[in-house]
Design a protein around this ligand. Structure first.
Ligand code: G4P
Ligand code: MG
Length: 178
C-alpha cells in the first residue's frame, strides 16, 4: 500500500485545527479519553488547547483463552472509569479512523458508563468503506483531515525521525505541495 508521512509539525497543526473546531462547535468536553497507543500523542496536544484531563484506554485483541481475535474485545481502563465518566462530556481521541472497528468498540464501551455526551476526534479519517459505525449517540465527529486510503506513517513510529521528515518532504514535492 502506498505510504504517506506526517511530521510532528503536521500533527500539531492538525490537532490545533481540531481543537479550534471543537471550541467553535460549542462542545466543551470535561475529559479527553485517548485510545492507546496511537491516540496518546494527539490527545496530549489537544489538551494544550482544550485544557482538560486525559483518561487513557487501551484495546486488547484477545479472547478469554488468550487467543488473538480479529475484533477488539477488551478495553483496559487505567482507573475508576465509571466514576470519572458518568455524566461527563467526553472527547474520544484516536489518531486514525481506518476500519472504524476500534472506534465503534470504544464508543460502545464508553456509553456503558453513562456519559452526558460523547464526541469523537481523529487526526485522519480514511475515505474508504468502513466495517464499524459511529453510533448515533455520538453527538459530533471531528476529523482533522479526510485522506485517501493509504498507509499513514506517524512520526512516533519512526526509528529515524530525520529520514521520516525527509520522506514527508519528498512526498510534498511530488504532490506539488509546499
Ligand atoms: P479504527 O477503529 O480507528 O478505524 O481502527 P482499526 O481497528 O481499523 O485499526 C487497527 C489498528 O491499525 C489500530 O492500531 C490503528 O491505529 C492502526 N492503523 C490503521 N490504519 C493505520 C495507518 O494508516 N497507519 C498506522 N500507523 N496505523 C494504522 P492499534 O492496533 O490500536 O495500535 P496502536 O498503533 O494505536 O497502538
Ligand atoms: Mg490506534
Amino acid at each position: 500500500m502506498e505510504k504517506v508521512h506526517y511530521t510532528y509539525q503536521d500533527i500539531h497543526r492538525t490537532a490545533k485545527d481540531i481543537a479550534g473546531r471543537v471550541k467553535a462547535s460549542g462542545f466543551a468536553p470535561d475529559i479527553i479519553v485517548a485510545i492507546g497507543s496511537g491516540g496518546f500523542i494527539p490527545a496530549r496536544i489537544l489538551r494544550t488547547f482544550l485544557g482538560k484531563p486525559i483518561l487513557a484506554v487501551g484495546v486488547a485483541y484477545y479472547d478469554d483463552q488468550d487467543r488473538p481475535t480479529e475484533l477488539p474485545r477488551t478495553v483496559q481502563w487505567i482507573e475508576e472509569a465509571e466514576r470519572k465518566l458518568a455524566g461527563k462530556r467526553i472527547l474520544l481521541v484516536d489518531e486514525v479512523d481506518d476500519s472504524r472497528t476500534t472506534l465503534e468498540y470504544c464508543i460502545r464501551e464508553l456509553m456503558r458508563h453513562r456519559p452526558a455526551e460523547i464526541a469523537v476526534a481523529v487526526l485522519h479519517d480514511k475515505l474508504k468503506e468502513k466495517r464499524g459505525v459511529i453510533p448515533p449517540e455520538v453527538s459530533r465527529y471531528f476529523a482533522g483531515e479526510k485522506i485517501e486510503d493509504r498507509w499513514v506513517c506517524y512520526p512516533w513510529d519512526a526509528e529515524d525521525i530525520d529520514e521520516h521528515d525527509a520522506a514527508r518532504l519528498a512526498e510534498g514535492k511530488a504532490a506539488g505541495a509546499s
